[in-house]
Design a protein around this ligand. Structure first.
Ligand SMILES: [Fe+2]
Length: 472
């Protein structure tokens, strides 16, 4: 069974496969990927530098906030030791930026296998002869210094090699590091013991938090995916037109308070609401609430980054599997939105007929638009971020919680694997469900209106929530 974040790990493997025959210049997508017709190469260079620097600052925060014993411990069999993620980040950067882009020799060829996510399961990683914390930090920092030298001189123009064009490889590596930072934040959530991380609370709702319960998204065609976003990944491409019938969508993600009603009304004890695989999971593991929740003296508490607190009624529910989201929706007389519906609600502008990069427009996310980048360690309450709302009126589509959709992870028409099949293609099929919108733990470089995440329907340790829909 694939584990959560074997996914991004898979996205970044591996030099070994490349030496087995991958040639970026001969990739099937080389002729048209990526395309960034209007972006100045120097602006892209600055953007790549900023993205790499801010990813490394976050990696340092996540790995300097615990001692060496905690860095090398395995806090959950679902996760790697933090020190594995740290050296893996450096190793992927070395393979893609120093070797594939820069044509350099391997700095430490003997460690490639240790940090290949396809070679060792997470459960097996603590027993590998991993680099010690100080060694892993030095290695990652050495690679980074050389990568920044390469970035300074790399030709990022349209006629360049596909990996370098529009700075794609640099953007891909910044996204990869941020995805591992999210993985490491999940490890922080799973570890026991006192809090190692703190952050201020996110902003509260405005206008009394009064959003309608749901918004109407009109029927008709819209453009899904992208052919122009320079660092969009292969699975987001190409842009194509989809017909989506009118539907109603929750204006905000489902709250803990609403989810509590499902629990209190026996949702976890009633087979009617569950697909057979979900019901089997509930029975096998005795599930009765989201992960990290427990009932004590008649009230529900949850553990959040080392702190136990009452479940907050008005915050989006977090740490639910696809099966739980699907069961809740059925209990509520509704359903999960399809991936097309989600993206239409988030991007389609009925006034212009075009799809925006983000719900609020084409501008990159700011702290006023969305709860992203681990600035806060929890989702914001419903009604926050009014500047981030979509033309449909729906709020908090970007940031806060990953949102499960009804859809399987499948290629778009015209999909071409880039830079290698293990990035997305090997995960296509009915086994993985798509999540959209990113969470508070996702950085803006790894979050777009078109960004697609995927995971197994049983997965609960991820920062996952959902919203529901109904036909119009
Ligand atoms: Fe990875």
């Amino acid at each position: 069974m694939t584990e959560r974040h074997e996914v991004p790990e898979g996205r970044a493997a591996t030099g070994r496969r490349r030496s087995d025959g991958f040639d970026p210049a001969r990739s099937p997508a080389a002729a048209g990927f990526p395309v960034a017709p209007d972006i100045d190469p120097e602006a892209l260079r600055r953007r790549a530098l900023d993205a790499l620097v801010s990813a490394r600052e976050r990696t340092a925060l996540l790995t300097d906030s615990v001692d060496d014993g905690e860095l090398t411990a395995q806090h959950s069999p679902l996760m790697s030791p933090l020190v594995w993620d740290l050296a893996h980040i450096g190793n992927q950067e070395e393979q893609w930026l120093l070797r594939a882009v820069g044509g350099r020799e391997a700095l430490r060829p003997e460690i490639d296998g240790l940090y290949n996510a396809f070679e060792h399961s997470r459960a097996a990683r603590p027993s590998l002869p991993l680099l010690a914390p100080a060694e892993a930090r030095t290695y990652a920092s050495d690679v980074r210094g050389r990568a920044l030298d390469l970035l300074e001189a790399a030709p990022l123009h349209e006629g360049g090699r596909p990996l370098e064009r529009a700075g794609f490889a640099f953007g891909m590596i910044a996204q990869h590091e941020q995805q591992h930072d999210e993985t490491m934040l999940i490890t922080h959530q799973l570890r026991t013991g006192p809090a190692a991380l703190t952050a201020p609370p996110p902003p509260g709702p405005v206008d009394g938090g009064k959003l309608p319960d749901e918004v109407l998204v009109p029927g008709g065609p819209f453009t899904m995916g992208t052919s122009t976003e320079p660092w969009a990944l292969d699975n987001e491409r190409p842009a194509h037109v989809r017909e989506v019938a009118a539907f109603h969508l929750d204006a905000s993600p489902v709250s803990c308070g609403a989810y509590l009603r499902f629990i209190e009304e026996g949702g976890y004890r009633d087979e009617r609401w569950w697909v057979p695989e979900g019901w089997a999971m509930v029975r096998e593991h005795g599930l009765e609430a989201p992960l990290f929740w427990r009932r004590e003296a008649g009230r529900w508490l949850r553990r959040r980054f080392g702190v136990t607190e009452p479940v907050p009624d008005d915050e989006p529910v977090l740490h639910v599997s696809w099966y739980e989201a699907d069961a809740y929706a059925r209990w509520a007389g509704r359903r999960l939105p399809t991936e097309s519906e989600w993206e239409k609600a988030a991007r389609h502008d009925p006034a212009s007929g075009r799809s925006r990069r983000y719900p609020w427009g084409d501008e990159d996310p700011t702290p006023e638009h969305a709860n992203l980048g681990q600035r806060h360690l929890r989702p914001a309450r419903s009604g926050a971020y009014p500047q981030g709302r979509a033309p449909s009126g729906a709020g908090q589509l970007i940031g806060d919680v990953w949102e499960w959709t009804a859809s399987d992870f499948l290629p778009y028409p015209g999909f071409a694997a880039f830079p290698y099949r293990e990035y997305s293609e090997v995960f296509f099929g009915p086994g993985h469900k798509v999540l959209r919108g990113g969470s508070f733990a996702v950085d803006r470089v790894a979050c777009r209106g078109t960004f697609r995440n995927w995971d197994l329907p049983v997965r609960r340790q991820i920062f996952s929530g959902f919203r529901t829909a109904r036909d119009a």
